[in-house]
Design a protein. Structure first.
Length: 230
């Protein structure tokens, strides 16, 4: 995986930008369990925001805030270390989302650049990509550790686009969380929203709503390879 420095001159190559947790990697079941165990440990079950509400947030800030609210006498630093160790285990044990390899392979065949913008940490994402045979296909990763502001702030995607050296108009983002969609749109990027549950989709307009990465691939093939349908 290469990580080019920011450049003023951009290419006209297209880019596929992917969220990580719940989009490229099927990490949400494990991360949901980690969060539930954490809430139980600080007696905050039913009192703190749900996993869906905090998905995509800065985890360090979230754990510190919830400890202060619900367990002020607890060692917040130690709690964070334990929480992050559980997150690492859950992430590294997660499988690629169905259709992940096929979507990435298609984008590569089209000559697109591929980037990941995530609330997770850059090194953890790279470890997961390496374990799952995808590291060589990803040009750049921007995790929350590289940005002072987390999603829904657009900073992560702004930095990712700059490092990839592409135009905003040539990027398509696949995102699953409201915070991620807001982040990408705030950066002026076109979004394909991934959501298996239509009832959970917000009123925010996106280019497409799809139920899986396989459906996202079908959408992109129809849009960019129209002769496939003939």
């Amino acid at each position: 995986m290469s990580e080019p420095a920011s450049r003023a001159v951009t290419s006209r190559r297209r880019a596929l930008l992917l969220d990580f947790d719940g989009t490229l990697a099927d990490t949400l079941p494990g991360l949901r369990a980690v969060y539930a165990d954490f809430l139980n440990s600080i007696d905050a079950t039913g009192k703190a925001p749900s996993f869906a509400e905090v998905n995509g947030a800065n985890l360090f800030d979230l754990v510190k805030q919830l400890c202060a609210q619900h367990a002020p006498d607890r060692d917040a630093a130690g709690t964070w270390r334990d929480y992050w160790a559980s997150v690492e285990s859950a992430v590294l044990g997660a499988a690629p989302a169905p259709g992940a390899h096929q979507l990435v392979a298609w984008a590569r065949r089209q000559g697109w650049r591929i980037g990941i913008g995530s609330a997770s940490r850059t090194t953890l994402i790279l470890d997961w990509l390496t374990r799952n045979g995808l590291a060589a296909d990803v040009d750049c990763i921007v995790g929350a550790d590289l940005c002072e502001r987390a999603k829904p702030d657009p900073a992560i995607y702004q930095l990712l686009v700059a490092r990839l050296g592409v135009n905003h108009a040539d990027c398509l983002v696949v995102e699953d969380s409201p915070a991620g969609v807001a982040s990408a749109q705030g950066a002026g990027l076109e979004v394909i929203r991934l959501s298996a549950d239509r009832a959970q989709r917000s009123a925010v307009m996106t280019s497409a709503d799809v139920a899986s990465l396989s459906a996202a691939l079908a959408y992109l093939q129809h849009r960019f390879e129209p002769t496939r349908d003939l």
